[in-house]
Design a protein around this ligand. Structure first.
Ligand code: BTN
Length: 234
């Protein structure tokens, strides 16, 4: 399956680039960069990454069938990242619903989904690869592949494999396989959490993931099925 690749030495944000130019570009156009001057995280946060050390990319989805999966695309990408990381013999890699990848409780990858269905979607991925030091005061401690492995990783090889796997697997998405993988790597399983539903707080224990990739939280005698939002671990 074909894909298009653009690489910039520096850009404001690969997500912003695709959001501004999607009309002119094809499905599966990937944009990567060495450095972002205005990298974006979720909830209007800033995504900072040392120049040339990490993988930062976004790709465009215009395919109708894939856009129907918009609610689970972040998890699908997180699973692709976990599979790639596990090839390096790293243990304790997990998906923190809805869209982070962790190694040993530390964040190694964040995912930002933007766009307007049915027109287009942009999926942005920031994966810490060779960065060794991270700023103090991050919401969650960060790590990188090289910190976990004690050696640097070839960024170009990792990027090429990941892009090819994404394109191949997203061209014919096996959602059951993604669900199984997510269930086996669910960071929040058995954790006590607090979640806001329509501004009402619920406290409970994560007991699993349902067939629609919603998080199941046992709260009092109810099982809540959560399909979006932020979860706070207690
Ligand atoms: C998060 O965890 O808050 C999501 C971080 C997403 C960062 C990536 S880096 C490439 C792409 N371009 C951006 O501006 N953000 C995403």
């Amino acid at each position: 399956m074909q894909y298009h690749l653009l690489h910039f030495k520096e850009i404001d944000s690969t997500n912003s680039y695709l959001k501004n130019t999607y009309r002119l570009l094809d499905n599966f156009t990937f944009v990567s960069t060495d450095y972002q001057s205005k990298g974006k995280g979720r909830e209007d946060r800033v995504w900072q990454s040392e120049s040339g050390e990490n993988l930062m990319f976004s790709f465009l989805i215009k395919n109708e069938e894939l856009m129907k999966l918009s609610s689970i695309l972040s998890i699908m990408i997180a699973v692709e990242v976990v599979k790639e990381i596990e090839k390096y013999d790293v243990n304790n890699v997990s998906v923190k619903w809805p869209n982070d990848v962790l190694i040993n409780d530390k964040k190694v990858c964040g995912i930002l989904l933007e766009g307007q269905v049915p027109e287009y979607l942009v999926i942005g991925v920031g994966l810490n690869v060779n960065q060794k030091e991270f700023p103090d005061g991050l919401r969650r401690p960060a790590t990188s592949l090289s910190l976990e492995l004690n050696e640097d990783v070839n960024l170009d090889e990792l990027k090429e494999r990941l892009f090819k796997n994404i394109v191949n697997n997203f061209s014919n998405p096996q959602t059951d396989a993604y669900l199984d993988y997510f269930r086996e790597h669910n960071y929040l399983l058995n954790k006590r959490v607090r979640v806001l539903i329509n501004n009402e707080p619920f406290i409970g224990e994560v007991v699993g993931v349902d067939d629609n990739f919603c998080l199941q939280i046992l709260s009092s005698d109810m099982i809540l099925h959560i399909d979006s939002g932020e979860i706070e671990i207690l």
